[in-house]
Design a protein around this ligand. Sequence first.
Ligand code: PGA
Ligand code: ZN
Length: 491
Amino acid sequence: MSVQEYLDKHMLSRKIEDAVNAAVRAKTMDPVLFISNHMRKAVPSVITKIKARQILDSRGIPTVEVDLYTNKGMFRASAPSGDSTGMNEAVDLRDGDKGTYLGNGVIKAVKNINEKISEALIGMDTTLQSQIDQAMIDLDKTERKGELGANAMLAVSIAACKAGAAEKEVPLYKHIAELSGKTNLSLPVPAFTVISGGKHAGNNLAIQEIMILPIGASKFEEALQMGSETYHHLKAVITEKYGPHGCNVGEDGGLAPNISRQDFYSYDAISSIVKEAIGRTGYNEKIKIAIDVAATDFCIGTKYDLDFKSPNKSGQNFKSGEDMIKMYKELCNDYSIVSIEDPFDREDWDHVKNFSGLGICQVVGDDLLMSNPKRIERAIRESTCNALLLKVNRIGTVTEAIEVVKQAKDAHWGVVTSHRCGETEDSFIADFSVGLATGQIKAGAPCRGERLAKYNQEDLKLMVQSFLQLLRIEEELGDQAVYAGEDWRLS
Ligand code: PGA
Ligand code: ZN
């Protein structure tokens, strides 16, 4: 091909002339930069390359990270993972070779991205999220994403979503709102984990998390301050009561004093520790309390073993479902507990329904629902609970995560966008919670980098625009920013 033929084939003279004319019209101070940006915009932003690798999460366990390239740049995302897994959720694909990372390697998932997924997605338009997600679902062909791995698919799906936002030159939360057809953005009420137990900590506390919700804050920035101050007062209270070793932390940054079953059952943990710390801040009724019982972890047959981590347990203290309901009723009435997650085993639908039917607090389904549309549908139909805990990796793609949020909102449920105990610095869920106005976000304690990546303001110079976090998002929205606050349940 001659030079002239090449120029003609790509219409180069005309495109360059257009760019030069645009620079002249704009009277720009830096014409070269202007022309290069102008030319870049003229090229459709399709996926040009996908490269995955194995990294470590906040627990030091392997997970998948993806770099997805378009001509707008490189977009990075990673998959979280958690302790609880079930038969109805998407598969977190692990290598299973006990000699390497104790079987937790994700080399197969990485290989699936670098070979199969990459081949299927190269050339696709990143603004078309549902088509990208569908292409992976079609490629996988299994109900639970077991072939490619939901960890592989989710990391690619999130990276594509970030690339789509950059292509449209809008912040990530706005792009997510547009994908879902929503217009009312809102900054969620953060549920900060302040005390950790259950499988997340080495203490004797059976329930997994005690959280604080700064519902009375006027904006997210104030909520963050209230969370941080309470956490530090709590440290002092725990040091006084349990000694400094009581301030060791659990997997998501909550303090982990050795609260015994007796202390919890006599509500000492809540009254003399958390309430005391809130009292010292002076915020009082502006901060409400929530718990994640994660009761599946200590359900034995039809009974609940609040001593499940205690070395000297007698087996005498198993609680029936009715005993548990009585305990929850007292907690809600006496200690401003406004939300209880997984109060019963994931298959104990009847007790969840009986408790939820009392209408005394938000009842959140995490292990109960597994972020699975069929289980959510059943829970809506049977009025089992009244809020969804959304873990994006339990479903595996951004499009499907948006769908289940819609499903829950259509039923007038609350929605809690959630992290996992194994996290990375990826802050996607922060934008997700704003774009879908979920009203609540649970991302761990107000400390530890991988948790703060969601709550915090990041330095814009170091991050591409789509990585804005909640503080930064609030700052950017300025007068338009709405903090869910008292509307935390039905934002
Ligand atoms: P995970 O659970 O340990 O499975 O991530 C967190 C939660 O229950 O909210
Ligand atoms: Zn949970």
